[in-house]
Design a protein around this ligand. Sequence first.
Ligand code: HEM
Ligand code: HEM
Length: 153
Amino acid sequence: MNLPSFLWLWKIAAWSMGFSILAYAILSLSGFWLWQVRNTGRSPIGVVLPRVNTIVKNFHYIIGLIMVSLVLLLLVIGIVGTLGHFRSLGHSSHLFAGLIVVVLVLISAFSATQISAGKFWARPLHLTLNMILFFGFAWVSLTGWSVVQKYLP
Ligand code: HEM
Ligand code: HEM
């Protein structure tokens, strides 16, 4: 494949990453809401309305699933694009960064399903993984941005 036909693929990658980071920001805000209600009995708007809290919880869950889908899409784009171009993987630390982010996101989503199942380890695991994910996202974006330069005309 020639180079210009590849550029659109990395554009999708850049857009998906933008939406992933937006999703992350929304998740940290809605997650903070849930955390505050549980720990202080107050919500960021003061009172706790059970119905509003259920909405925030479902919203957090749906945005979480969207973020998981975006990261998996990025994984597929990265692997397909790299194989199509080089016929092999492992051309920079971006591969390692990408795999780390995928693993973090998947375990985080799994731990989220275990919070409602009442597992004591699920909540701290969910929080810790998501804090590490912040740096994972930064790493994968920076390395992704630098490998994209190779494809720019
Ligand atoms: C990977 C996708 C994600 C999914 C599917 C997800 C889902 C969930 C679920 C189901 C809960 C439990 C709500 C409850 O029953 O109390 C939860 C709690 C929480 N999540 Fe997420 N989440 C995701 C990502 C994130 C991210 C990226 C952050 C922060 C940057 C975050 C921060 C929180 C916080 C702070 C809580 C509340 C914990 C507490 O009550 O102490 N989540 N999440
Ligand atoms: C969660 C986010 C991401 C994941 C999981 C991911 C995953 C991957 C993987 C696994 C590869 C194969 C790397 C190799 O074998 O060397 C790859 C390649 C690539 N990715 Fe990503 N990626 C992500 C974000 C991005 C972003 C934000 C960009 C920039 C727009 C980007 C641009 C690229 C490019 C240009 C390649 C080709 C590598 C090369 O030419 O050396 N990726 N990605």
